[in-house]
Design a protein around this ligand. Structure first.
Ligand code: WTA
Length: 632
C-alpha cells in the first residue's frame, strides 16, 4: 500500500519531497506493489517527443495487485456492491475472492476465443459487474480494453472500433436505465455493419433477458463462454510501459482520440490518489456514481478502489429513478462513507427537491467529492449543507482523461477548503499558470493557462495510432509543458480554481465534447450548408449546446427541421450531443481569413450582446445584428 497522508503538515512534507526528489518518492510508492521484476529506472522523460517512461524495466500485472494481492488478508472483504436499476431487485455483492474467480473465468474465456496480449477488446455495456469483470479479465491476459460509453450511437461506436482495430466487442443484450430499456446489442449489430472488419467475436451478456438476434459463428453468450472455465488464470506478465487501455475523448478538432494509459504508472498513481484524496480506511464503503465509460469510472470505480482493497458501490441506474431521492436512498441503504459525483447531478437533484436528502439517514457519510466540471457556489453549498450536514469535507477534484488520475484536489478534510476551488496539487503534481506566449506566471492571485511542468505516473503516453497528434495537442503549445486546455486562477493562498476550457471543447453535464465533432454531425443533414457550435451557461448541465446553422433551402416548419437535426446528431454521436438550441442564420461572423469568430457567437449565445468587442474587422460585420435578433 502506498503512503497514506494523515495531516495537513504531512501533506506539505510529502508534497515537498515529491517535488524535490520525485524519483525517490515514486520509487517508494511503487515498491508497495507486487512486481515480477523491479524497474531499472523510475523515470525517463522528454516532453518534446513526448516520451515518458515510468518504472522502466519493471514487470507486473495490474490485476494481481487489484485482486490476488488482497486474498491472503481480505479475501472475504466485499469488493463490489452492485445496486440494480430497479430498487425492488436485490443488490449483489462480490468479495475479493469471488471477483478474482470471475475475472479468471472470463479471462480464460477470452483466451479460448483467441484473445492474446496486445489485442484490443471493445466494451459497450451498462453499469453491471460484468463490465468490471470483463475489463479486468483483459488486463489479466494483457489485452487492451477500449470501453465505449453505452450512450454513444452505432456510428460513434463503429468509429472507435475501427480506430483501435478491435478484435472483439463485449456488450449486453439491453440496458436498464430508469423506466427505459435500451437495446444495446442492436446498436452493436448496427455498428458492425459499418465496415468493422477487425471484429471476429461478439460476447453478449444477458442483462435483462430480452430478445436479441445472434449471428451464428460471431455472437456468443457470456454465460456459455464462462461455463466450465477454471477459476484461476495465470496473469500475463507485462512491462510497466505496456498499454493497459485506450479511452476515447474529445478535443478541439477532428474525431475523438484514443488516450493511451500504460500499466505501471497508472497503477501506482490511481491507488495513491484514491486512498489519499478520499482518505479511505479499510471497511469504509465508497461510492462513485460515474459511468465506467468515462475516465472517472476507469480510475475510481475499477482500478483505484480495487488496488486499495476498498469496498465500492456500483450503480446501474439513474439518479432520478424511481425518484430524485435514489442517490440518498442508496447512501442510506449501503451506509456509504465516501460519495463521489458530478456537479450536474447535484444541480439536477437540488432542483428536484431541495429538502430530499433530509428524508434519508445519511449519517454514515464522511466525505463528499465532485468531478468533471466547475461546481458553482449554490451547488457546493447545497451539497455541503443538505447532503453532508456541514460535517463532510468536499473534495473538488480536477483532472482529465489524459491525466489518468486526480491532479488538484483537497486531501479529504485535511486541506483548506474553499467553494469552487479545486485547491492544491496532489503530491507529485507540478501545475503552473502560463501566458498565451508560454511565459510562466509566478506568484499568487494570478490567472492563466493551466499547464503541468513535470511528468506524473498516470499521464497520457500517446494517442492511439497517431503519436504526432498527442505531441501537437498537448506538448507543442508550450515548451516542456503538458497543456491542459483549461484556464485557471491561483488565489492568494495558492489554491487553484478551474475556470474552464479555453479551447473549443465544451462540457455538457460533465460530458466532454468537441464543438467540431457536433458541427460535423449537424453538417450530415442534407439541408445544412455550414454550422457553428458553441457552449453557453446552462443551469443544470453547466453548459448547453448552441448551434448556428446555415441552410440551403428555406424550411417551412422550423421545429420539424430542428427535430431532424437532433435526429442526425443522435445518429452520428448519441443523445448527449443534441443541441439545446438551434438557430438558423444566413451567415456566420468570419474573420477576413475565413475563420468563424466563435468568441462572438459564444457571447451572443450566452445573452451577452453588449460587449462583443470590435466587430468592424469582420469579413461580414452586418451578420452580427441578424444573429443577435434571431437568438433562439
Ligand atoms: C473539466 C474528467 C472544474 C476540465 C475527470 C477538464 C473540471 C475536463 C473538474 C476533463 C473540476 C474536470 N473543476 N473543471 N473539478 N474536473 N473538469 O476528460 O475542463 O472527461 O479539462 O475528465 O473537465 O474532462 P474529462
Amino acid at each position: 500500500m502506498t503512503y497514506r497522508i494523515k495531516t495537513f503538515d504531512d501533506y506539505k512534507k510529502v508534497y515537498k519531497k515529491s517535488v524535490e526528489k520525485p524519483e525517490v518518492f515514486w520509487g517508494q510508492q511503487a515498491a508497495t506493489f507486487k512486481w515480477h521484476k523491479k524497474w531499472d529506472k523510475v523515470l525517463e522523460w522528454d516532453f518534446k517527443k513526448p516520451d515518458v517512461k515510468w518504472f522502466k524495466g519493471g514487470k507486473l500485472n495490474i490485476t494481481e495487485n487489484c485482486l490476488d494481492r488482497h486474498l491472503p488478508k481480505r479475501k472475504n472483504d466485499t469488493a463490489i456492491i452492485w445496486e440494480p436499476n430497479d430498487p425492488s431487485q436485490p443488490f449483489v455483492t462480490y468479495t475479493y475472492q469471488e471477483l478474482h474467480d470471475e475475472v479468471c473465468r472470463f479471462a480464460n474465456a477470452l483466451k479460448a476465443n483467441g484473445i492474446k496480449k496486445g489485442d484490443r477488446v471493445c466494451f459497450y455495456m451498462p453499469m453491471v459487474p460484468e463490465l468490471s469483470i470483463g475489463v479486468l479479465a483483459c488486463a489479466r491476459i494483457g489485452a487492451i480494453h477500449s470501453v465505449v460509453f453505452a450512450g454513444f450511437s452505432a456510428t460513434a461506436l463503429a468509429d472507435r472500433i475501427k480506430d483501435a482495430t478491435c478484435k472483439m466487442v463485449i456488450c449486453s443484450d439491453y440496458n436498464a436505465r430508469g423506466a427505459k430499456t435500451i437495446p444495446v446489442k442492436e446498436v452493436v449489430d448496427e455498428a458492425l455493419k459499418q465496415n468493422c472488419k477487425s471484429i471476429e467475436t461478439v460476447i453478449v451478456h444477458k442483462n435483462t433477458g430480452g430478445k436479441v438476434k445472434m449471428k451464428k459463428g460471431r455472437d456468443k453468450w457470456w454465460s456459455d463462454e464462462v461455463s466450465g472455465k477454471r477459476k484461476t488464470c495465470k496473469p500475463t506478465v507485462m512491462n510497466s510501459e505496456d498499454m493497459l487501455f485506450i479511452l476515447y475523448t474529445s478535443g478541439s478538432t477532428g474525431k475523438p482520440k484514443g488516450v493511451v494509459h500504460t500499466c505501471g504508472g497508472y497503477m501506482v498513481y490511481t491507488e495513491f490518489s484514491f486512498k489519499n484524496v478520499f482518505q479511505y480506511d479499510r471497511g469504509d464503503v465508497y461510492w462513485c456514481s460515474a459511468d465506467i465509460g468515462w475516465i472517472t469510472g476507469h480510475s475510481y470505480i475499477i482500478y483505484g478502489p480495487l488496488l486499495a482493497g476498498a469496498t465500492s458501490v456500483m450503480f446501474e441506474g439513474v439518479p432520478t429513478y424511481p425518484d430524485a431521492g435514489r442517490f440518498w436512498h442508496i447512501c442510506e441503504k449501503h451506509k456509504v462513507n465516501q460519495f463521489y459525483t458530478a456537479p450536474t447531478a447535484i444541480r439536477a437533484l437540488m432542483a428536484k427537491g431541495d429538502d430530499l436528502p433530509n428524508h434519508y439517514d445519511l449519517s454514515a457519510l464522511k466525505l463528499l467529492g465532485t468531478v468533471g466540471e466547475p461546481i458553482n457556489v449554490e451547488a457546493w453549498n447545497w451539497y455541503y449543507e443538505k447532503v453532508g450536514k456541514k460535517k463532510c469535507p468536499i473534495v473538488d477534484t480536477w483532472w482529465q482523461t489524459e491525466t489518468g488520475g486526480m491532479m488538484i484536489s483537497g486531501m479529504g478534510g485535511l486541506s483548506p477548503m474553499k467553494p469552487t476551488h479545486a485547491g492544491l496539487p496532489l503530491p507529485g503534481i507540478q501545475p503552473c499558470l502560463v501566458t498565451a506566449e508560454g511565459k510562466e506566471i509566478k506568484g499568487n492571485n494570478k490567472e492563466g493557462l493551466l499547464c503541468i511542468k513535470y511528468p506524473w505516473p498516470s499521464m497520457i503516453r500517446t494517442t492511439y495510432g497517431d503519436h504526432e497528434r498527442c505531441r501537437q495537442v498537448y506538448f507543442s503549445a508550450f515548451e516542456n509543458m503538458y497543456f491542459t486546455g483549461d484556464g485557471a486562477r491561483r488565489d492568494k493562498k495558492g489554491l487553484y480554481r478551474i475556470i474552464g476550457r479555453v479551447d473549443d471543447v465544451i462540457n455538457v453535464s460533465g460530458h466532454r465534447m468537441g464543438t467540431a465533432e457536433v458541427e460535423n454531425a449537424i453538417n450530415e443533414h442534407d439541408n445544412v450548408v455550414e454550422s457553428a457550435v458553441v457552449g453557453y451557461p446552462h443551469d443544470i448541465k453547466g453548459q448547453g449546446i448552441y448551434a448556428y446553422v446555415i441552410i440551403q433551402n428555406a424550411v417551412k416548419d422550423v421545429n420539424a427541421f430542428r427535430k431532424e437535426v437532433l435526429k442526425v446528431v443522435t445518429k452520428e454521436i448519441g443523445p448527449i450531443a443534441k443541441p439545446d438550441k438551434i438557430q438558423i442564420v444566413s451567415g456566420l461572423p468570419k474573420t477576413r481569413s475565413g475563420k468563424i469568430m466563435r468568441r462572438i457567437l459564444r457571447k451572443i449565445a450566452s445573452g451577452d450582446t453588449k460587449n462583443l468587442g470590435d466587430t468592424s474587422t469582420l469579413l461580414n460585420p452586418e451578420i452580427v445584428k441578424e444573429v443577435i435578433k434571431g437568438k433562439a
